[in-house]
Structure formats: structure tokens, C-alpha cells
Ligand binder design. Structure first.
Ligand code: PLP
Length: 459
């Protein structure tokens, strides 16, 4: 990486393989939107010019990972690639029981079908859609208690992903028997991708230990969370990111990691635990739904690629560039007056669509409207997030839904010029925001709403 003398922060890698961007004209995209019921998940990727739908499974692989794909050992049981992944996850997490899965939500399904149940409550700082859906599918109740500051978009607090420890303690005191586990999502994707401080992790872990409640991490962005701790938390500056990440894992009884994020891989995930009995029960279920416990349904080449990716994502020059790229993108949007969630987190920039379209009521879906307008105008795909605001408490803004557009940034894939183009497109939309018509929903699927949505222009 460049030394501190220069202000240009360039990518700490160079391209060796390239892939052309998708192509489409504005007229084509207008027609596509109609055909696809204004649901961007249904748009063919080849028509998308810059695809920021997700940072999941969209990373560019390193030369080392590509070599790893070749080296992958496809033996059914006990393959060399499995042993490599197992020892890597043990080293990073300091947990012994490692279970491979095909992606993060498979880990959630295994865990919540074992621990969730009718009448149980899963307490969290914030749950990703698939986590919430798996909790509900198991019959349990998601109970999100982020800090209040985390819900005020324009506040610039450094750790808006934190859990409200007073509410956590009160909940475990009153209702502890019905809480089979507490989940800390690092970083807190659904609420803006904000990091959780090491202080908050320590406090929450101690409360859980006191009430004998298992403490789990949804750790798919463990490296980005650790880097943001290093950058933002008093006392953590200068501490190696790897060290910070290990401490976070040491505070937990278990975790799952979707390898599609900080694992820098196209697929896969792992569950890591300390409890041997629980691990044994999960492995029995794993064999039925995913695969043998030394592959979990993944190819040996994937296991190898994940083992390498989980370590590469802890590289500090890579993290410095990644987080710096997101900050520069956020600054560009902020400077032209786009209302974003502050401060930007580790993997995405979120636009407050309700603030961008103040005249659109919630039933005209400001988030979907904005996401479609961005695609129509510039061929850029973000994702509309329209989610209930976690449990309302006194002092909290009186809105029932968050209406956001998330631009998730794939790792090592796009350059600053791509992001500058998006800023230009947003500037164009801002100028004519009051003339953009809203969208009306034609259907409803309450569990995983954005995948199946069907909409049409209102009026
Ligand atoms: C915080 C969080 N948890 C869990 C998941 C689910 O992981 P996967 O997509 O691998 O199933 C995601 C995916 O984006 C996520 O962001």
C-alpha cells in the first residue's frame, strides 16, 4: 500500500483477469422493469452495468485462491482441503467444533431448528433477513434491541451496530429461560452495516455468561468489524486486526460465518462452536440436509478457496483500501446532498429513500421506487430494503418501516471510477426527485419480502 505521504489511496492489487460489464440502454431497462414487475432480483445480470445488489459471493478471487481451486482435494471424507479449512477456522475463532455448510443461512437453519422453538425468543442487536426468517420458521420470535442511536440515520456515532445492553440484561433477567441464545451480528447489515464495538461485545458476552445464555456471533463480516474497531474505538488503534477479530470470537460460545462475505469466496460457510454435544446434534442434521461433516455439500475446491479467503480478508492493507473506498463513495453522495445512513459501515452505503422522496408515502414504497429509478437511469442495481423498524421504544422516531436502498460493494471488484459514475446518476435523480412516481405493491410475502415482490407504477 502507498505510504502516508500520498493522498491517493489506490487498490493494493492489480487486475489479472477481467470481466466486461453488462450492457443496456435506458429504453431497454424501462421495458425490462415492466416485464420484471419492478423487482430488480428478476433483471438478467447481463443487463446490469454496475451490480451492487450484494457483496455476497461477488468478490474477485486472488491468484492464490484460483491456485487453491486447482489444488482442492475432492475426497469425500477427510480431504486435505477440509483439514485446511478446519484448522484455519479453529485458528481464527479459537473454537474447536467446525461444521461446513453451503452458505450462511444453512447454518442458521441448522442452529435454529435445534435451539429455536415455539415460545422462544432470539435476542439480537439486529438480524439479517434470512436469520429472521429461519427464526420464524423454527417457531421462535426475533427480538431485536439495537441501541437507539443506531436507528437515527443522521447520527454519526462510531458503533451504531451495538446492542442495547440495558435492554439485554432486562430481557435475560425477566425472560432468560425462554432465550436459547443471543445473536450479535457483526457488522450489523440490516441496520446500516454498522460495526459493533469490542466494548459492547465484552459487555454483552458478560451479561450472557451471568445469565448462562449462549452468546453467538453472526460473523460473516468479522474482518471488516475488527478493522472498524481498530480505526474507531479508543484504545484499539495500532492493535492488529487479527487480534481484535480473535478476541471477538473468544467472547462467544459459537458463531456462523457466511464465507460469501469476508470469506472472499463465491459460496460456502461454517458454523463454529465450543459445545461438543450441540455440534454432534447439528452434524447429524447436517448429514441429512447438507452433506457429510467434512464437506457439508461443498466441493473440495470451495473448501480450499474459503480457507484462503478467510485469512486474506484479515490483511490490513486490503481492509484499509476497502473501507476507504466505501468512505469515499459515501462522501461523494453526501457532498451532492443524497441522504445516507451515517457513518458508512464496512460493506455498503445505505440511502434513506424516505428522505430522498419526502412526498412518497410508505405504501408507495420509496425504497423500491428509488432502486428502480437508479436502475432505469444508469443501469445500476442496488437493493431496496423495506423492513420493520426493530422494536420501538420511547424516544425513537415515529416511523414503522425503514425504507432504504443499499449499495453493497463487492470486494476487490469495482474501482472508484465505477462509484463516481453512480454519484453522477444520483445527482441526476436528485434534481427531479419530486417528479418520480411511486410504486404500488401487487403481492406480499412477509418472510423474505424483497425476493418475491411484484410492483407497478402508481397512478
Ligand atoms: C449478516 C448476515 N447474516 C447472514 C447472511 C446469510 O448468508 P448467506 O447469504 O450466505 O446465506 C447474510 C447474507 O447477506 C448476512 O448479511
Amino acid at each position: 500500500m502507498s505510504d502516508n505521504r500520498w493522498k491517493t489511496a489506490f487498490e493494493p492489487y492489480r487486475a489479472k483477469t477481467i470481466e466486461p460489464l453488462g450492457e443496456s440502454t435506458e429504453i431497454e431497462r424501462e421495458e425490462l422493469l415492466r416485464q420484471c414487475d419492478y423487482n430488480l432480483f428478476r433483471i438478467p445480470a447481463e443487463k446490469v452495468i454496475i451490480d451492487l445488489l450484494t457483496d455476497s459471493g461477488t468478490s474477485a478471487l486472488s491468484a492464490e485462491q484460483r491456485a487453491g481451486l486447482e489444488r482442492g482435494d475432492e475426497s469425500y471424507a477427510g480431504s486435505r482441503s477440509w483439514l485446511h479449512l478446519e484448522s484455519t477456522v479453529r485458528d481464527i475463532t479459537d473454537m474447536r467444533e467446525i461444521i461446513p455448510v453451503h452458505q450462511g443461512r444453512a447454518a442458521e437453519h441448522l442452529l435454529f431448528s435445534e435451539l429455536g422453538d415455539e415460545g422462544k425468543r432470539i435476542v439480537s442487536n439486529g438480524l439479517f433477513d434470512s436469520t429472521r426468517a429461519n427464526i420464524l420458521a423454527a417457531g421462535a420470535e426475533p427480538w431485536e434491541i439495537p441501541i437507539l442511536e443506531g436507528l437515527i440515520f443522521e447520527r454519526n456515532d462510531p458503533f451504531k451496530g451495538n446492542i442495547d445492553t440495558l435492554s439485554l440484561e432486562a430481557e435475560l433477567k425477566q425472560n432468560g429461560d425462554n432465550v436459547p441464545l443471543v445473536v450479535m451480528t457483526i457488522t450489523n447489515n440490516s441496520l446500516g452495516g454498522h460495526p459493533v464495538s469490542i466494548r459492547n461485545l465484552r459487555d454483552a458476552s458478560e451479561i450472557c455468561r451471568h445469565y448462562k445464555t449462549p452468546f453467538f456471533l453472526d460473523a460473516c463480516r468479522y474482518a471488516e468489524n475488527a478493522f472498524l474497531i481498530q480505526q474507531r474505538e479508543p484504545g484499539a488503534g495500532g492493535r492488529p486486526v487479527e487480534d481484535i477479530a480473535r478476541e471477538a470470537f473468544q467472547l462467544a460460545d459459537g458463531c456462523w460465518i457466511s464465507a460469501k462475505k469476508d470469506g472472499l469466496s463465491s459460496t460456502g460457510g461454517v458454523l463454529a462452536l465450543r459445545d461438543q454435544d450441540l455440534a454432534q446434534r447439528l452434524r447429524e442434521h447436517l448429514i441429512v440436509v447438507e452433506g457429510y461433516p467434512t464437506h457439508g455439500g461443498l466441493a473440495g475446491r470451495d473448501l480450499e478457496c474459503i480457507a484462503l479467503g478467510l485469512r486474506e480478508s484479515l490483511d490490513e492493507s486490503y481492509l484499509k483500501h476497502r473501507i476507504g473506498q466505501i468512505e469515499a463513495f459515501a462522501k461523494g453522495l453526501r457532498d451532492i446532498g443524497v441522504p445516507i445512513i451515517e457513518p458508512p459501515g464496512g460493506h455498503a452505503v445505505f440511502i434513506d429513500a424516505s428522505a430522498m422522496f419526502p412526498d412518497l408515502s410508505i405504501d408507495l414504497h420509496p425504497a423500491a421506487t428509488l432502486a428502480c429509478e437508479i436502475f432505469r437511469t444508469g443501469g445500476i442495481r442496488g437493493v431496496a430494503i423495506s423492513a420493520p423498524v426493530p422494536r420501538r421504544r420511547p424516544g425513537q422516531a415515529d416511523v414503522s418501516r425503514m425504507e432504504l436502498v443499499r449499495f453493497a460493494i463487492p470486494r476487490r471488484a469495482y474501482t472508484q471510477n465505477h462509484l463516481d459514475f453512480i454519484i453522477e446518476v444520483l445527482e441526476d435523480i436528485l434534481r427531479r426527485a419530486s417528479a418520480v412516481p411511486g410504486l404500488r405493491r401487487l403481492d406480499s410475502n412477509e418472510h423474505v419480502n424483497h425476493f418475491g415482490a411484484r410492483l407497478e407504477p402508481a397512478g
